[in-house]
Design a protein around this ligand. Structure first.
Ligand SMILES: [Mn+2]
Length: 286
């Protein structure tokens, strides 16, 4: 039977963007849907994002680096003096406050990879490389050597997310590599292309005769509605999220940007209070 598989990744908390993609998918006769990680944060979505993925029959959900970071944060793996950790902590507290914590925690412990066979083609899925869900090893501009190293030999098509860019390329051995891009947080550094921030995803079709094709899609969605939702749910760093929706720009590792906000809006103190138990378990510096 011909299979038509939706490839989705990097929603990063955007309910409205994922809704728009799911609406479009319901008009397609997809046979399956695979999600490649980074479901939550910095946008306002929580368990409702999982419900949307379920509504289109998603059978694979992988653990992205942001998903891993939520679990690590709750285990006390953070530095209260690091502005990025404060940012992440305030967002994690918000996410937990949305309820259905078991569902959220299931995503933070989801598998890192999946191996599937579809009509005789062996397919490997990961958020980034099979052994590391963070970093820039498979950046859109990385050399072919990195892809040769990351893509398992026993794999015909390698599919990953994380870099927020749509691409189709090949290893030196001619294995196909596909990235469907990001639904909630696309960005392009080259300014003339950076205005197109529609939700990105892909459709992979494989026939019984192992003829395969990939179609890259971009779906427009209502950015004002997403902003309004974030305001209604009292999302922390609302201005930062609004800027990201408008420009694609993120400030996750920008200390100069985060420090004044963390102080002015009291996020550092909030995180300190909220995660006091985790802090008390941290070893003092000697
Ligand atoms: Mn990622």
């Amino acid at each position: 039977m011909q299979r038509k598989i939706a490839l989705l990744s990097d929603v990063h908390g955007s309910v409205t963007a994922l809704q728009a993609v799911c609406e479009e998918l319901k008009k397609e006769e997809i046979t399956d849907c695979w999600y490649l990680g980074d479901l939550f944060l910095p946008g306002p979505g929580a368990a409702d994002l999982l419900e949307l993925l379920e509504s289109v029959g998603t059978s694979v959900i992988l653990q992205g680096n942001w998903d891993s970071s939520i679990r690590e944060f709750l285990a006390g793996g953070f530095d209260i003096d690091d502005p990025t950790d404060v940012y992440f902590g305030a967002l994690t507290a918000y996410l937990l406050d949305q309820g259905e914590q078991e569902k959220i925690q299931a995503v933070t412990t989801a598998p890192l990879t999946a191996k599937l066979e579809v009509n005789g083609l062996k397919i490997c899925l990961a958020h980034h490389t099979p052994t590391c869900n963070y970093g820039r090893f498979l950046d859109q501009s990385a050399t072919v050597e990195n892809f040769d190293e990351a893509v398992p030999a026993a794999c015909d098509i390698y599919i990953y997310g994380h870099i927020h860019h749509q691409l189709l390329r090949y290893t030196s051995a001619d294995q196909a590599v596909i990235n469907p891009g990001s639904i909630g947080a696309p960005f392009v550094r080259h300014a003339p292309l950076g205005k197109d921030l529609r939700a990105q995803y892909a459709l992979l079709t494989i026939t019984d005769e192992q003829q395969w094709s990939v179609e890259f899609r971009k779906t427009a969605y209502d950015i004002e509605a997403e902003k309004a939702l974030a305001v209604r749910r009292d999302l922390p760093y609302i201005e930062t999220y609004e800027e990201q929706l408008r420009t694609g720009k993120i400030h996750t590792h920008d200390a100069d940007y985060l420090v004044p906000i963390n102080e002015r809006l009291g996020y550092r103190e909030q995180v300190k209070k909220r995660f006091a138990e985790q802090l008390s378990r941290q070893k003092p510096l000697t």
